[in-house]
Design a protein around this ligand. Structure first.
Ligand code: SF4
Length: 298
């Protein structure tokens, strides 16, 4: 007789990095024999991958938990990600939650759940964010045309309004050779486009002694990938060399998403951003001088 496969559903809030990580955790569950289903379906495990930037993160989280436990009262509910790292105790008090996993433990979820049955006591795995130095590789699959590839995690900038450094830890990355291997794995699944994703993507290289320019130069040579995009990059980290490389590359698209945050130098200073509006304008002009048809997202 065929064994009934357990079902896992994901509800992901926040950024592309979260989507790449949910997709990676989903593949871990698939390797353990789980079937992935929509969060609108009945499931045996629901994973809520949270964001700390989302307004009313707790409200969204509570609503999702209520919805899932109403639909499938015996399902396990795991809350992971940035909000889980920042407020584990707050989440643990919400009725129906079985697991709360912070930044260091979220990739252990399939292993921790194992074949556990729902219990009354919630398990909380949280860590001191300053001690997090591992980089967990991730990329999204399931969309046949493109994949979000995580190249960098964490941030050392400490902008005054941002909780990301507290939720994701210090800036770190995998060596380029391993990221190239991941890009080849994505290409082998017939995906044609990769979007390079990170918290502070342009800060790539801190932990491997490499540079973002070297990363894009080497990714450009991966066969089977026809298009690359850089998801978001701080203006102060866009160098003339990066712009020149993208301009001559057949694969890197003339597409830049550059956070501005404010046009006021006083506000930018209060935000502790690492540029002023003159630098922002100068980088836009630099890019436009090399690639007049560039698409800018701000
Ligand atoms: S660079 Fe971005 S992620 Fe880093 S602290 Fe500033 S706003 Fe937050």
């Amino acid at each position: 007789m065929n064994q009934v496969r357990k079902r896992v559903a994901f509800y992901t809030l926040g950024c592309k990095l979260n989507f790449s990580e949910s997709s990676t955790i989903a593949r871990q569950f698939a390797d353990m024999g789980y079937e992935r289903v929509s969060p609108d379906s009945e499931a045996d495990v629901y994973v809520i991958n949270t964001c700390s930037v989302t307004e009313h993160a707790d409200k969204k989280c509570r609503q999702a938990i209520r919805k899932f436990t109403t639909k499938s009262p015996n399902a396990m509910v795991a809350v992971v990600g940035c909000y889980a790292q920042l407020k584990p105790e707050e989440i643990a008090q919400i009725d129906g939650v079985d697991f709360v996993l912070g930044a260091a433990d979220k990739f252990n979820l399939p292993h921790l759940i194992g074949n556990d049955a729902k219990k009354t006591k919630v398990k909380v795995y949280s860590c001191d964010i300053d001690s997090v130095s591992d980089f967990f590789p991730a990329y999204s699959t399931g969309d046949r045309t493109r994949s979000f590839l995580k190249v960098q995690d964490g941030c050392d900038y400490h902008c005054s309004y941002c909780t990301i450094p507290l939720a994701r830890g210090k800036s770190r990355n995998m060596p380029i050779s391993q990221i190239v291997d991941q890009a080849k794995a994505i290409a082998s699944q017939n995906v044609k486009e990769i979007i390079l994703t990170g918290v502070n993507t342009g800060d790539f290289g801190k932990s491997s002694g490499e540079t973002f320019l070297e990363l894009i130069q080497q990714l450009d040579r991966v066969e089977g990938i026809e298009r690359f995009r850089i998801s978001s990059i701080e203006p102060n980290l866009i160098t003339p060399e990066i712009v020149d490389f993208v301009a001559q590359s057949a694969k890197f698209l003339p597409h830049f998403h550059i956070p501005l945050q404010s046009g006021s130098n006083r506000i930018l200073a209060l935000m502790r951003r690492r540029y002023r509006r003159e630098l922002f304008a100068e980088r836009i002009e630099l890019i436009r001088s090399r690639m007049p048809d560039t698409f800018f997202g701000v």
